[in-house]
Design a binder for this molecule. Structure first.
Ligand code: S3P
Length: 441
C-alpha cells in the first residue's frame, strides 16, 4: 500500500459498529432464549469469526450487511462442533468463547491464525480450570482443547492483569456456574461492555467499587446458572476506528471532521481526554444512550498546536488510564511525534502481547520515519515535534499498526509504503476507502 501525504481531512461520516460490543452481542444473543435482531453489527473480520464459531456450535444466524438475526439457543442449547473453531486473528473471540465452552457438556477446540496462536491464554485457562473445566494447550497457547463441565463451580477470581477479555470470559462462565461467581479487577477499570449488555438483557449483576487506601478495585458478581430472554441490540460506532480519522484531523491544519453515532462509553473514550490534554480541538455533541451504551457526535478541527495543557509539564500517559485507551496507543504514539515536548507512555506492557508486539512495531516504524524514540519494556518515549519522513514501513500483520502508520504517512514528507496494510480489515475493512473520501491533497 502506497500512501501520499495529505493537506487536510474534511467530511462527515459514520464509522462501522464497535468490534468489542459486536462480539458480546453475537455471543449473548446466541445464549438468549429467542431471536435477537442486532443492528449496525461490526463489519470486521474478527466479528465474522465470532459469528462463524457460533454457527459451528449450532446457532442459527442470518446476516444481511450490518443487520444480524441470531436464533438464540439458551444457555444449555449449544451443540458440540464437528471440527475446531477457528477464531482467526481475534483474541476476543477466543477468550470470550472459552468462557462459554468451559460450561458445556461437550469437548471443543479453539484455534486461530499464527498471531493468535502465539498469544497468552494462561490468563483464561487458570480461572476456567478453577471453575472445573479442563483445558489442554501447549505452554498456555492455542489451540485450546476444552473439556467443559456443567455446571461450572462458582469462584471468586482476582485478575492478575487488567483485561476486559479475561473479565468477560469469567463472567460468561459465571452464567453457566452454580452459585456466585465474582471477578475482582485491579489496576484500573477496563471496558465494561459485557456488564452493560448483561444489564440490558436483564441478567442481575452486582457491581461494587472497593477503596483501600490508594488502591481501588472493581467487583462484579453473577449468580448462576442464569437464563434470559432475547432483546434487540444496536451497536454504537467504533471509537477505536474513529480515533484514526480524529488523529489525522488533529494533526493536519484546516481539517474538519464530524463523526456521528460514535460509542462514547466512559471506559473506551479516554482517547478523547488524551486529545484534550494535548490542546486538540475536539467537541462532543448529541450524547444519548443506546442499549445502555453512551453514543454521540464527535467534531474535530485541526490547527491547534499540540502541547501539554499545563505549561512546563511533560505529557505522560500511565497508570490506571492505560487499559482504557490500550488499543489507541500505537496511534497516540504517532500523534506524540507532533506534540511540543513529545509524549511518554508507561505501564503498557500488555501492548507486547497484542496482535503484534505493538511497542516494538511502533518504535521500529517511527524510527524509519525519522522520529527519535526510546523503547521501554512497558512503553515508549517519543520526542516531538518532529517532521516525519515518508518511509518503507511494515504493518507487522497488525490492523492497528497498519492504520496508525497510514495516518503517520498522511502527515509525512514524501510517500510511504506499508507492507501488509490490507490487514486493516481485521477490524475496519472500509478504512482505506473512507479515508480517501476525507483526504484532500
Ligand atoms: C477487548 C479488550 C482488550 C482490547 C481488545 C478488545 C475486548 O484486550 O485490547 O482489542 O473486546 O474485551 P485485553 O482484555 O486483553 O486488554
Amino acid at each position: 500500500m502506497k500512501i501520499k501525504p495529505a493537506r487536510r481531512v474534511r467530511g462527515r461520516l459514520r464509522v462501522p459498529g464497535d468490534k468489542s460490543v459486536s462480539h458480546r452481542a453475537g455471543i449473548l444473543a446466541a445464549l438468549a432464549e429467542g431471536v435477537t435482531r442486532i443492528e449496525n453489527f461490526s463489519t470486521s473480520q474478527d466479528c465474522a469469526s465470532t459469528l462463524a464459531c457460533l454457527v459451528q456450535l449450532g446457532v442459527g444466524i442470518e446476516r444481511e450487511g450490518t443487520s444480524v438475526r441470531v436464533f438464540g439457543v439458551g444457555t444449555e442449547g449449544l451443540c458440540a462442533p464437528a471440527s475446531a473453531l477457528d477464531c482467526g486473528n481475534s483474541g476476543s473471540t477466543m477468550r470470550l468463547l472459552a468462557g462459554v465452552l468451559a460450561g458445556q457438556n461437550f469437548a471443543s477446540e479453539l484455534t486461530g491464525d499464527d498471531s493468535l496462536r502465539s498469544r497468552p491464554m494462561k490468563r483464561i485457562i487458570e480461572p476456567l480450570e478453577l471453575m472445573g473445566a479442563r483445558i489442554r494447550s501447549e505452554a498456555g497457547r492455542a489451540p485450546l482443547r476444552i473439556e467443559g463441565r456443567r455446571p461450572l463451580k462458582a469462584i471468586t477470581y482476582r485478575m492478575p492483569i487488567a483485561s476486559a477479555q479475561v473479565k468477560s470470559c469469567v463472567l460468561l462462565a459465571g452464567l453457566l456456574a452454580q452459585g456466585r461467581t465474582e471477578v475482582i479487577e485491579e489496576g484500573g477499570p477496563t471496558r465494561d461492555h459485557t456488564e452493560l449488555m448483561l444489564d440490558w438483557l436483564g441478567v442481575p449483576l452486582e457491581t461494587s467499587r472497593v477503596m483501600k487506601g490508594d488502591a481501588v478495585s472493581e467487583h462484579f458478581a453473577i449468580n448462576g446458572p442464569v437464563s434470559y430472554a432475547a432483546r434487540d441490540l444496536f451497536i454504537p460506532g467504533d471509537i477505536s476506528s474513529a480515533a484514526f480519522f480524529m488523529a489525522a484531523a488533529i494533526m493536519l491544519p484546516g481539517s474538519e471532521l464530524e463523526l456521528k453515532d460514535v460509542g462514547l462509553n466512559q471506559t473506551r473514550s479516554q482517547i478523547l481526554g488524551a486529545f484534550a490534554e494535548l490542546h486538540a480541538d475536539v467537541l462532543i455533541d448529541e450524547r444519548h444512550a443506546v442499549c445502555h451504551e453512551s453514543v454521540g457526535t464527535i467534531r474535530v478541527r485541526g490547527g491547534n498546536e499540540l502541547a501539554p495543557l499545563r505549561e512546563g509539564q511533560s505529557n505522560v500517559l500511565r497508570g490506571s488510564l492505560i487499559p482504557q485507551l490500550i488499543d489507541e496507543l500505537p496511534m497516540l504514539s504517532v500523534v506524540g511525534t507532533q506534540v511540543r515536548g513529545g509524549l511518554t507512555i508507561k505501564d503498557a506492557k500488555e501492548l507486547r502481547v497484542k496482535e503484534s508486539d505493538r511497542i516494538a512495531a511502533t518504535v521500529s516504524n517511527l524510527r524509519r520515519m525519522g522520529a527519535a524514540v526510546e523503547e521501554y519494556e512497558d512503553g515508549l518515549k517519543i520526542s516531538g515535534p518532529t517532521r516525519l519522513r515518508g518511509a518503507s514501513l511494515d504493518a507487522y500483520s497488525d490492523h492497528r499498526i497498519a492504520m496508525a502508520f497510514t495516518v503517520a504517512a498522511l502527515i509525512a514528507e514524501g510517500e510511504s509504503e506499508i507492507a501488509g496494510a490490507e490487514c486493516a480489515s481485521v477490524s475496519f475493512p472500509e478504512f482505506f476507502q473512507l479515508l480517501e473520501t476525507l483526504v484532500e491533497r
